[in-house]
Design a binder for this molecule. Structure first.
Ligand code: Q46
Ligand code: ZN
Ligand code: ZN
Length: 304
């Protein structure tokens, strides 16, 4: 197999693109895909300060590496969830990555900041850990980015993540979620930071190869709560289809972005306001994050 660009020995074949590349031209391919997405969808520019949400996994660390390498002003945000060894290792990998490249990193510990780890919080409010975790991460990401003065928050969602989410949303006709599933969510209120997903057209395999070829030391283990998650089942199902028909995932996702999403109305028209407790943007009097923690505190510290 020969590299499409230099005809040297190819290291990776990309069947969905009918291409194969050597190491250097594969890295160029990834960089140009990211740069093209950023420019085409106006994700960020040289004037922005981009906060990258980093879990310590291959996607988020590679995203930080890419954005920094492309010349954007970046900092990292790592949320310590308090999920045993997984969280300890993810913090170590993230801190080592930032230190080696002398990049600024903000760490927010859910336990230190709000009083309980994600597993303890989930038990207290009797919710699935991923539900309490997802809500908390979304809140903390927006808040930390605002506090750091960042103009853009970037997350490492790749094509496989986006396609699995889309598949789940379609399976359950979650039209509200479908309307908000986008590679760019503009800041529609001064209390909201613009959210972008520059890796949305790159596959999980491409990102794993990028991380490997760039020598990025990332946490390989998944969070223990991801086991049995529906998203993994959807990924397996979509991979089966992709193996028989390369390019299906990309077609499904891009077809959604180009044909269906423009027809969906984003939001239910509810007025945005500031939460009475924390001042963050919400639609009700108290935001869902504060409500969740209120419930947790009531359970953990019963009123005498
Ligand atoms: S970290 Fe949190 Fe994920 Fe772990 S508890 Fe679930 S949502 S699986 S991306
Ligand atoms: Zn080459
Ligand atoms: Zn609040």
């Amino acid at each position: 197999m020969r590299c499409l660009k230099c005809k040297g020995t190819a290291q990776i074949e990309l069947r969905q693109h009918h291409a194969a590349y050597c190491r250097d031209h594969f890295l160029d391919f990834v960089r140009s895909q990211v740069q093209r997405s950023i420019e085409r969808l106006k994700m960020c520019d040289a004037a922005d300060t981009v906060m990258v949400a980093v879990s310590g996994g291959k996607d988020s660390l590679s995203l930080w590496d890419l954005l920094h390498g492309l010349g954007y002003r970046t900092s990292g945000l790592h949320i310590q969830l308090g999920i045993g060894d997984y969280s300890r290792e993810s913090r170590e990998k993230t801190a080592a990555f930032a230190q080696e490249r002398e990049l600024p990193l903000t760490v927010v510990s859910v336990e230190e900041e709000y009083g309980a780890s994600i597993p303890v919080l989930a038990r207290a409010v009797r919710r699935e850990p991923c539900s309490a975790c997802g809500l908390s991460k979304r809140y903390i990401m927006n808040r930390a980015a605002l506090e750091a003065g960042a103009t853009v928050l970037a997350t490492g969602h790749n094509l496989d993540d986006e396609v699995a989410t889309l598949y789940g949303n379609v399976m359950h006709w979650q039209t509200g979620y479908l309307a908000r599933q986008a590679p760019v969510l503009p800041a529609t209120h001064p209390g909201l930071v613009k959210k972008v997903k520059p890796l949305h057209l790159l596959t999980e395999r491409e990102m794993a190869s990028y991380a490997l070829l760039r020598g990025i030391d990332y946490i390989v283990e998944e969070c223990p709560h991801a086991q049995g998650a529906k998203s993994l089942l959807y990924k397996d199902a979509l991979n089966l289809v992709e193996a028989q028909s390369p390019g299906t995932k990309q077609q499904f996702y891009q077809g959604f972005l180009e044909r269906l999403r423009p027809l969906l109305k984003d939001g239910d028209g509810a007025q945005l306001r500031e939460c009475e407790r924390c001042g963050q943007v919400t639609t009700g009097a108290v935001c869902s994050f504060c409500s969740l923690w209120d419930r947790a505190r009531l359970v953990r510290q019963p009123v005498p």
